[in-house]
Design a protein around this ligand. Structure first.
Ligand SMILES: NC(=O)c1ccc[n+]([C@@H]2O[C@H](COP(=O)([O-])OP(=O)(O)OC[C@H]3O[C@@H](n4cnc5c(N)ncnc54)[C@H](O)[C@@H]3O)[C@@H](O)[C@H]2O)c1
Length: 353
């Protein structure tokens, strides 16, 4: 099986979990050995079929280093689960643009290496899929890399909340370039939003009238710090809209990131509050806390997305690939119920391999 060649944009916590995961699951032979993965094999592809061939960052502790070392450099604080073998992929310096927000300025050490020619490196490395893992506030930088993907003929996966796959103009550009595009804002494996939606759906199906609900979280990764300054509002809007869509009626809904607590490291605590009325308007309430680690929460979904995009490439699909967007992203071009997204994705895989 030829490798799926991926270029990483941003060697932060998510990238660390992904790269460690490739090594961690690389020798898994059976589905039941691969605890924590939704699919060991998807569309015929095993994790060992995915290969990182290029990587870009701006931090001096990562630029110029082998990817296997850069993923463990500060300020990354994703847990180390495995020693990663040298990759022969040296992290290149990309343009900074709006990659560093005010709040993370003291956390990032900007490399003084010259910027590299991104499109050229993509071509030389034979990258076929670009994975955007930039900070969520890096809108211009995300758009710059989307341009580079178009220029180098790469499919584009946008894990960040910048609207690219869900933006009609960008989707048209990828369609014209005959390249697949998926996004925006990756769904976590143990996702607070998914859990929230599932609880609301269950209660609602049972005839409970939800009156008010919130889901707020605190995290300790660099991304949480950046969110505090730049993307709290957009993240709140995306999550709230997604949660509201679960209810067939109007209720008071708030969902989104709340704060940064540095000693949490890469951990995230999500708090859920649900209040409703059941038989004869009897009140009920749920008060819940979910504790996760951020970066590994992206791993299983990213494995599925990369392999699904490879399938789309093999089938010469172009533009926003709806079944993949709906399955794996919080802000797809078209929002559909969870079960519909699951069915769309399963059919997409079954019909295209
Ligand atoms: N579970 C998850 O971790 C999860 C889930 C959904 C979405 N996401 C999204 O994934 C993205 C990455 O999250 P993370 O936790 O890895 O963030 P992070 O802050 O740990 O990593 C971002 C990396 O990008 C680098 N960077 C900044 N500007 C750059 C530029 N111009 N060019 C190249 N590199 C640059 C930083 O140095 C850093 O290494 C975020 O947008 C986040 O919202 C993550």
């Amino acid at each position: 099986m030829p490798k799926i060649k991926v270029a990483l944009i941003g060697v932060g916590n998510c990238a660390s979990a992904l790269v460690q995961g490739l090594q961690y699951y690389g020798n898994s032979k059976k589905e039941d050995e691969a605890i924590g993965l939704r699919h060991l094999v998807l569309g015929g592809f095993h994790p060992k079929d995915m290969q990182i061939v290029a990587a870009f960052d701006i931090d001096s502790r990562k630029v110029g280093k082998d990817l296997s070392k850069a993923i463990f450099a500060q300020p990354n604080n994703a847990p180390k689960i495995i020693d990663v073998s040298p990759s022969d992929v040296i992290v290149h310096k990309g343009p900074i643009l709006d990659g560093v927000g005010e709040y993370i300025r003291n956390v990032i050490q900007i490399s003084n290496q010259p910027e590299t020619d991104v499109a050229n490196i993509l071509k030389e490395s034979n990258a076929e899929i670009m994975l955007n893992l930039l900070p969520s506030g890096a809108v211009k930088a995300s758009q710059f890399y989307a341009e580079q993907a178009l220029g180098a003929g790469c499919a584009f996966v946008n894990a960040t909340p910048t609207f690219i796959a869900s933006d009609v103009a960008w989707a048209k550009r990828f369609e014209k370039a005959e390249l697949p595009l998926v996004g925006d804002d990756l769904i976590d494996q143990v996702g607070a939003t998914t859990l929230h939606k599932t609880l609301l759906k269950l209660l609602s199906l049972n005839g409970v009238r939800i009156t008010e609900t919130y889901q707020l979280d605190v995290g300790g990764g660099t991304e949480s710090l950046d969110t505090l300054e730049r993307t709290r509002d957009v993240k709140r809007a995306v999550k709230t809209k997604s949660v509201e869509a679960t209810l067939p009626y109007k209720a008071e809904v708030v969902a989104g990131s709340m704060d940064y607590v540095d000693f949490l490291q890469n951990r995230r605590d999500s708090y859920f509050w649900i209040r409703g009325l059941y038989f004869s308007k009897t009140p009920m309430q749920i008060d819940l806390k979910l504790s996760t680690v951020d970066a590994p929460n992206a791993g299983s979904v990213l494995f599925d997305v990369i392999r699904a995009v490879k399938i789309a490439l093999n089938k010469q699909m172009k533009g926003a690939i709806q079944p993949v967007c709906a399955y794996a992203f919080k802000h797809p071009p078209q929002m559909v119920p969870l079960e519909t997204a699951e069915t769309m994705f399963a059919e997409f895989i079954a019909n295209n391999v």
